[in-house]
Write a protein that binds this ligand. Structure first.
Ligand SMILES: *Cc1c(COP(=O)(O)O)cnc(C)c1O
Length: 439
């Protein structure tokens, strides 16, 4: 599978954004995160086009937790997306990138006073409220600041998406949001309405991630529309915004076939239109895609080192392990939730993929990046490109085993720019102190 601007060039090398990955590896070293700028932009344009032709009022919030850096925030802004942040750190990076506060929304199931204060002080667009404690917290902060802020109320629609159990969030039994069935969501709205410093704007839900069909979103919209209508009838409040979260899946392996932007838009808009015959009653629709904006746009380049074949039974079966110069520290997802990936031998794309290979990371853990894939027999020094690593990789990177966090390079039209520098050995101890008694 090739994604975005990926092609095989005349040398049989993988090229991304017009840049030969073999050259990128030489210039910047490995492991290296490569982000395809065109692919990121086209994903955002895909959302815009699919929805703009079907629905009057729609806004997109990039879920920055999928991939956030100063440069990526600039691209998001240029493509007319707003942005979700879910921590003081994400809010800080967004503001440092020059993202207009009014286009930011703050999420989180346990926001600290400091995070809420920062959101109020910098006058972000709105806060998505998650629980009753937070309504009190925010109330107290607003009282002392004498400011007002927009809020959405996050509800759990109680639908159970077909995705890995660790990335479901829309079912009733979840730490996120207010339960609809037991009346908590409605009660939360009533509480908010009593506070003149909270501007109630609407309701939110997010049902899960890496969803490969749109049924769950369809059901969620229907349930949220009912909530919207009961809020209106019970409180007479105007629910201006309906945010249905993110969650559209991406292609990690050949069997993954997420709906197209058009199919996805058609599903959601048809659910809305059938609920509101009167166009003036239709809420402003908000979506929060993360993975589907950056996932397929990212590729991780590794250099292959040790290659060994081990017997797996007494009948002569074997498995060949190719070890790469990264792993768990730059991509924890296989260990976190058995995530699967595809890869390409980037320096020898013409060689026959006639071997079953397990791709191993180099950490002192099981650390297998890919359990089984078809590749040419790798030799030490080969360049391996693991695909679809743009979402939830760089942002989840750690320094486990004191590995350096890889650099991120943005490629476009034959140009490559480092947007995040590789960490240095000095960076590893930059925050460390030896107490005097140990010197
Ligand atoms: C993570 C998250 C998203 C983005 O999910 P993706 O699966 O990456 O599209 C959107 N909204 C909320 C509230 C989230 O927590």
């Amino acid at each position: 599978m090739l994604f975005g601007t990926q092609v095989k060039n005349s040398l049989g090398h993988l090229e991304i954004g017009g840049c030969d990955t073999v050259e990128l590896a030489k210039e910047y070293g490995t492991p290296l995160y490569v982000m395809d700028e065109q692919a990121i932009r086209l994903a955002m344009r895909g959302y815009h086009q699919a929805f703009a032709s079907r629905y009057k009022r729609v806004k997109f919030y990039f879920a920055s937790k999928a991939f956030l850096s100063l440069a990526i925030a600039r691209i998001v802004l240029e493509e007319d997306f707003c942005m979700d942040v879910a921590s003081a750190g994400e809010l800080y990076v967004a503001l440092q990138a020059g993202f207009p506060p009014a286009k930011l929304a703050l999420h989180g199931n346990n926001k600290s006073d400091m995070e809420l204060q920062m959101a109020v002080d910098t006058e972000i667009g709105h806060i998505i409220l998650d629980n009753f404690y937070e309504i009190e917290q925010l109330g107290a902060i607003l009282k002392s600041s004498e400011k007002k802020i927009g809020v959405l109320v996050r509800a759990t629609p109680g639908v159970d998406p077909q995705t890995h159990r660790l990335i479901r969030t829309g079912q009733a039994d979840t730490k996120f949001g207010f339960n609809i069935k037991d009346g908590s969501a409605l009660q939360a709205v009533k509480t908010v309405l009593q506070n003149p410093q909270m501007i109630f704007q609407g309701i939110h839900c997010h049902v899960g991630s890496q969803l490969l069909e749109s049924d769950t979103h369809y059901q969620a919209v229907q349930i949220m529309v009912q909530l919207l209508q009961s809020i209106h009838s019970e409180t007479n409040a105007h629910v201006d915004i309906l945010n249905i979260g993110g969650g559209l899946g991406v292609r990690y392996v050949a069997g993954h076939n997420p709906p197209s932007y058009d199919t996805f838009a058609e599903t959601i808009v048809s659910a809305l239109n059938s609920a509101f015959n009167d166009e003036d009653m239709r809420p402003e629709l908000h979506l929060e895609p993360g993975r589907s904006i950056v996932g397929e746009a990212g590729t991780t380049l590794y250099t292959i080192g040790a290659v060994k074949t081990v017997p797996t039974d007494e009948h002569g079966s074997t498995r060949t392990y190719a070890s790469v110069d990264g792993g768990l520290s730059d991509n924890p997802r296989p260990q976190l939730y058995e995530a699967v990936y595809s890869c390409i031998l980037a320096n020898r794309m013409d060689a026959a993929e006639d071997r079953k290979i397990a791709v191993a990371g180099k950490h002192c853990e099981t650390d297998i990046l890919i359990q089984e894939t078809q590749l040419p027999l790798p030799i030490p020094g080969d360049l391996l490109a693991v695909q679809t690593t743009g979402a939830y990789n760089f942002v989840m990177a750690s320094n486990y085993n004191r590995f350096l966090r890889p650099a991120v390079v943005l490629v476009n039209n034959g140009t490559s720019d480092v947007i995040v520098k590789r960490q240095t050995l000095e960076d590893l101890i930059s925050g460390e102190v030896i107490p005097a008694r140990l010197r």
